[in-house]
Design a protein around this ligand. Sequence first.
Ligand code: PLP
Length: 413
Amino acid sequence: MSVVSSVPFGSSAVENRVRADFPGLVTRDGQPWHYLDTGATAQKPQAVIDATVRAMGADYATVHRGVYGRSAEMTLAFEQARRKVAQFLGGREDEVVFTRGATEAINLVAQTWGQASLKSGDRILLSLLEHHSNIVPWQLLAERTGVSIDVCPLDAEGRIDLDAAERMITPQHRLVSFAHVSNVLGSVLDVPRAVALARSVGAKMLLDGCQAVPRLPVDVAALDCDFYVFSSHKLYGPTGIGALWARREVLEAMPPWQGGGAMIDRVSFQGTTYAPPPARFEAGTPAIVEAIGLAAAIDYVGAIGMAAVRDHEIALVRTLRDELRRTNSVKVFGPDDGLGVVSFALDGVHPHDLGTILDEENVAIRAGHHCAQPLMEHLGVPATARASFGIYNDENDIAALLRGIERTKRIFG
Ligand SMILES: Cc1ncc(COP(=O)(O)O)c(C=O)c1O
């Protein structure tokens, strides 16, 4: 089977070099591993692994507290990581709160801003394609406060239907919270229009950037949103860290969340005062090593350039969608201009069976509901097969996937 070699990333020499930077991309017996599950979590380049090992070994010390030199240096490195995240997102460093990931960041917003600002009668607008991380925190908030949740439908191709959102939105809506890029369909949100809709009724706009930050240039100032969240592990960095970016004045008005060390100004039994943001939302010893690993990941993708990453992923998606459409008995979900992610179904074969056979071919895809059960219900399937790309993928991975699909079809007759 021939796959059109239309995937730009400079030259194949560059692709090979990128691939060689990722020690995880070989099987235990040294074969190439066709890793197509970056939407779940990305493999790590050696530069991130090395930075993490150094931070946990020769450079290790606590931050913000030590009076000795190593701790002062570690504090500088940790705060430098925050600066890198801020620059990468186009925000200010005092607007970046480190969290465990996107899930914790959304829970933080729900439990601080949401709990303090919303009341019964207020409304939140979500969409049908949201990840559970952008549904359940709001449902928990609704149980506590009595706010109501509305669900924006999708258009025929699987984008958040902003015409419908325009009809649905009311002055009671205080928050619109949408995925920037869908983790199932790859649909990219028309952010300027979504933000304008939120602004038209005075609502805040949260963007779940989990699948966007690793795939396209993000500039929160240009996007003009109020909250932006992402996870490091999908951006080639370590697990256990991510970030909430929020406008300075919004963060300043938010009450503390978890209490403990580092988030205080002064503690006494008569009453405690709190540190300004971002420290106010970072109780306890932070994820020091992970922050430094995240900074190394940002350096790594920064050297490639996010515009090049986006073009690379657009080309891979286009190639795979075209090839799948040429393959009998495959249904492809989502819009043609989706980014980084392709969900599909093979007639008469459960995605788990397909995933198991592909595994025998050293091809790793995701099969399941992708933490988006309302979207599965809308698509009328219990699960989909999902191939998702990263900077190390090329047309060889697509060819291996297509070979595996053909073999599965033969096995299932
Ligand atoms: C769109 C989207 N939102 C949120 C999340 C949750 O991210 P994490 O589990 O890293 O907190 C994911 C992870 O798959 C995602 O794809």
